[in-house]
Design a protein around this ligand. Sequence first.
Ligand code: FAD
Ligand code: FES
Ligand code: FES
Length: 1332
Amino acid sequence: MPSISDSDELIFFVNGRKVIEKNPDPEMNLLFYLIRLTGTKYACGGGGCGACTVMVSRYDPKNKKIHHYPATACLVPICSLHGAAITTVEGVGSIKKRIHPVQERLAKCHGTQCGFCSPGMVMSIYTLLRNHPEPTPDQITEALGGNLCRCTGYRPIVESGKTFSPGSTVCQMKGSGKCCMDPDERSFVGREEKMCTKLYNEDEFQPLDPSQEPIFPPELIRMAEDPNKRRLTFQGARTIWFMPVTLEDLLELKASYPKAPLVMGNTAVGPSIKFKGEFHPVFISPLGLPELHFVNVTNNATIGAGNSLEQFKDALNFLVSEQPKERTKTYYALLKHLRTLAGPPIRNMATIGGHVASQPNFSDLTPILAAGNATINVISKEGERQLPLNGPFFERSLEEASLKPEEVVLSISIPYSTQWQLVAGFRLAQRQENSFAIVNAGMSVEFEEGTNTIKDLRMFFGSVAPTVVSAKQTCKQLLGRQWDDQMLSDSCRWVLEEIRIPPAAKGGMVEFRRTLIISLLFKFYLKVRRWLNEMDPQKFPDIPEKFVSALDDFPIETPQGIQMFQCVDPSQPQQDPVGHPVMHQSAIKHATGEAKYVDDRPPMDQELALVVVTSTRAHAKITSLDVSEALECPGVVDVITAEDVPGDNNHSGEIFFAQSEVICVGQIVCAVAADTYAHAKEAAKHVKIAYDDIEPAIITIEQALEHDSFLSPEKKIEQGNVECAFKHVDQVIEGEVHVEGQEHFYLETQTILAIPQTEDKEMVLHLGTQFPTHVQEYVSAALKVPRNRIACRMKRAGGAFGGKVTKPALLGAVAAVAANKTGRPIRFILDRGNDMLITAGRHPLLGKYKIGFMNNGEIKAADVEYYINGGCTPDESELVIEFIVLKSENAYYIPNFRCRGRACKTNLPSNTAFRGFGFPQATVVVEAYITAVASKCNLLPEEVKEINMYKKTSKTAYKQTFDPEPLRRCWKECLEKSSFHARKKAAEEFNKKNYWKKRGLAVTPMKFSIGIPIAFYNQAAALVHIYIDGSVLLSHGGCELGQGLHTKMIQVASRELNIPQSYVHLSETSTVSVPNAVFTAGSMGTDINGKAVQNACQILLDRLQPIIKKNPEGKWKEWVAKAFEESINLSATGYFKGYQTNMDWEKEEGDAYPYYVYGAACSEVEVDCLTGAHKLLRTDIFMDAAFSINPALDIGQVEGAFIQGMGFYTIEELKYSPKGVLYSRGPDDYKIPTVTEIPKEFYVTLVHSRNPIAIYSSKGLGEAGMFLGSSVLFAIYDAVTAARKERGLSDTFPLNSPATPEVIRMSCTDQFTDMIPRDDPSTFTPWSIHVS
Ligand SMILES: Cc1cc2nc3c(=O)[nH]c(=O)nc-3n(C[C@H](O)[C@H](O)[C@H](O)COP(=O)(O)OP(=O)(O)OC[C@H]3O[C@@H](n4cnc5c(N)ncnc54)[C@H](O)[C@@H]3O)c2cc1C
Ligand code: FES
Ligand code: FES
């Protein structure tokens, strides 16, 4: 590395404050630099989630304008910020100073739940408003495209943004041309008068006043305009950063350091350093160099390489508005892809020069640029030259066609298209936006004038090989041919021969990708035919009408909808908040970034960072563990292994540190404690572990069954006489359903701060968990100290969804052992990759069924077996299988019913609790066999559902009595209000007219039990203190995970004590204030803690009664003060013994659950049979909420769970290698829904019923919505069935989950799927396998 004696000063502004860094470290990114500004969150570190979004503002001296854009701080090197002004969420507004309208509206529209994504959301909307104070709804949706939220389901976030659109009203049907308050539309709102649709009052919103925004620092304007700017150099510990200010200087530097990357957007360099371990001693950053920042549109589009993709988009938009259409076909094609490429922060950071120079094989732009005959203008000290952006460039197949190390891309020239040329781009990704393409393509054809004779043809494909590839041979062979069906057929065959994806290719999905290549080619063929027809309708016939819908991708539209709930009884006292849509207690803090999570706690004296080293083998003996090199690394204090555990290293079957044997990839073997995270991470790479594989390594359920490998005994429920019933039915079907797993993807990864105390072996742990008692148990076992020495404290978690029930205990024990050994506080944060690897998720499931039924659809007998992939340790797998067996009848009465289940032991990380706890997987099997029965009886699945649904007060298969009346109501209302039958007919009509796009609908009913069949798990306690000033401090055993539990508890205390909510405060959950609390899960948080809080408040109120009686006109504060004077105890513990549930597995009966939540959802989708993409057109949910304590929070849970469920059943796909290595370790390769996936129309109704057993007759709604997401899965299958029927294929086909684009496409068998080469599975090892 070159070294210079003096580093220049780095100058930038953060929230209006000048920052001067005398020795800036080029390796430091903005996210870590802003460590004290805790509003900017870490959730992935790779630009994929938007949690760290900030606004960057720069002054452009050329046009004298200030440019504001969003950027992901995790990918911004601080050295790139010289002369920039950064605004973080703290700079936008705060409770201390003044909250900004964006923050206020996000909070008040209920757009925050756990709040971890909220600062990023605020920054995205805020930046948009800085550029467009009156944005359109579509601009809002687009602005949020790079921000992930795992809790809310996005609808309320979009809605908060839409309030800034001119003319926007609270009416969510806006844009549809209808309004829910119009007399005609009110019939939709319902016949019952007491339904409300307003979840917030927009009259309360402060107006947006753009003139109040902070000004751009004048000093930065002066700096930018300084005519004497000179090269800056920043010298770090290991690296050096050059910032040239002239082109000559840049070329000089590039000549001196040809291997040094040019850091522009850093969106390719940054991830390579972070995730691939690349190291660069020298960086050259010409960002802002005027020579790279120009746009010339005189004869073509010549775009300076330094323009961001967003600026590139603006330039193209300008061109298409100015130039005749025939010239701009390449630009149109590029614009289409620029809308969905990554999200706005990445598009604003990444440059077009960086994009072409980094030559990614998945590039969405380069295939189109190549097809459009673009060239790059490159320069070096040797001079300038032009390089055509065609095959040899991307394929790196010719040296002279490639960029030389010392060369810099100056600009890109994209010629105008010609009159007889058509250019088009195609792409298919797992998700429409912010997702790398599975296959993409750029194609161009030019015809001899006035003919359909091919003069020139170019086809480029991305994501099918290690580079973008050109189908050059095929194109050559087709020159001179007519654009007709024979040409299409030949070109498909030839292209498949030319572009061969090997059977074991990285990325998998080989047959799908092969199919896509020719499906996209077919789309191009149709597009060209249509265009030729437009050119000369006489000469060139149009494509068949039925094929027209194949031409376009699904549009991205702004979602809309209505939420309905029961209005509060007008006679209810005004002060009583119960039943009102009260905002989340922390919502404003979420939106301002002032809500603190564990990692926001400032560093402690002597604190160490912990990084774990995990097993790379699924099943192996550890033959040696050598930590000596790691111990020598800078900053390392210790390496902790199993030997250092003073107590149990194996507690209840969960192993803290692997000792002699590893049982999965991702098992913790040891942990490095160092002064900084970077040091610990670096040292962890130096731990050497040698393994000797042990056979067998069991990865899949099938392998577990082969080896009889189980975690627990079989669980069974049986009623009637199944064998006998099978003999008396009209038909019997058998089948198998595979349901893959799911990653929790809570935005806040698992984080623990373990602080050893100086006395009595005490230890304090701060962590985000759903079960502090469990952490206390594990830490006490690991340290061999009584539980009374271990305090677990939890303020809030940034999402949990079941993933923080058991895993924090294991991780807490690891952190505590490290803290105990080193005697120093330990900060243990799992990065996203390790979090996904180590903590696992939802159990993959295999369901096998045999169903006997009558020809009228009545099911008489069912024999169902379930197997789940439990992973390597017990965790909660046994309980999950119990839930599956008990709940799997769903809403149906089957008189002869046998259900068995067993948890398989495999060599995968141990799967764990996840929202719905087995129900969302198991019920797919139920709905699948119902669908199969319907198909055999020639009925709609909905008809078979209706026939077999519980109709009157009945007993479940385990003999618990219940009344399904609310189920029937939800079902009926759902069918009616969604106009299911009319829309089903309309879909059939649509399907008749469209061959390549199909619509499908499905209605799914649900009977979901809440709670746990073990009575002691339903108990809860609360502690309520009244202070002498009348303020109330509330503690209870439940954890705030984003669901709004604390908000509801405040509502309960407010009602019970008859005081305003503002008097009640809730600080944290702690094992010190409420001992032995059970987990916050199973939708029971409000039920059980609410009763405990109510009990404590009632005790206190009873104690105050004599005082109140004496002074009935008095005020609360007076009564409290008086009570104190009279020595009345103002503190009380409330207790709820719990629902007395039980289950006798011997007798196969019990009152397993306290009550049921019912619901129904209707979804309609459209699928693209050629690509496998789908669009969710509309969803109607009717959820039985009984009496909702807080409709805003309950609707938030229903919508959030629905979207999470929809993701689970459609696009979320975990990929494992055959050897049990999880590939999907971040947002790049695991796709949760974004704002573009949610239903275009989304209607949610909370249905009123009675539930006297629960507090205020409410119901727990945390999990139930998850399963309703399967209505999307079955709607997709309905659409695919329509396609298959039309193609003369069987309408029964495997109905597995998730229905990814791959599954959809490959189920819509056609001439293209028939054409692709198939490989004999015995001849290769696939890249990935399914584990269900
Ligand atoms: C979260 C995320 C999502 C993404 N999604 C997509 C997607 O959906 N589709 C897609 O196509 N792409 C996607 N990308 C990739 C993205 O488009 C590229 O990373 C980006 O265009 C690279 O530009 P950059 O300015 O950031 O390059 P940098 O990272 O700054 O540089 C990349 C490389 O190019 C070289 N380089 C840069 N500029 C020049 C120049 N002027 N002359 C010579 N060499 C140069 C550098 O030396 C370096 O080697 C995504 C990236 C991220 C992080
Ligand atoms: S943490 Fe920066 S984008 Fe995810
Ligand atoms: S509120 Fe968006 S991730 Fe939790």
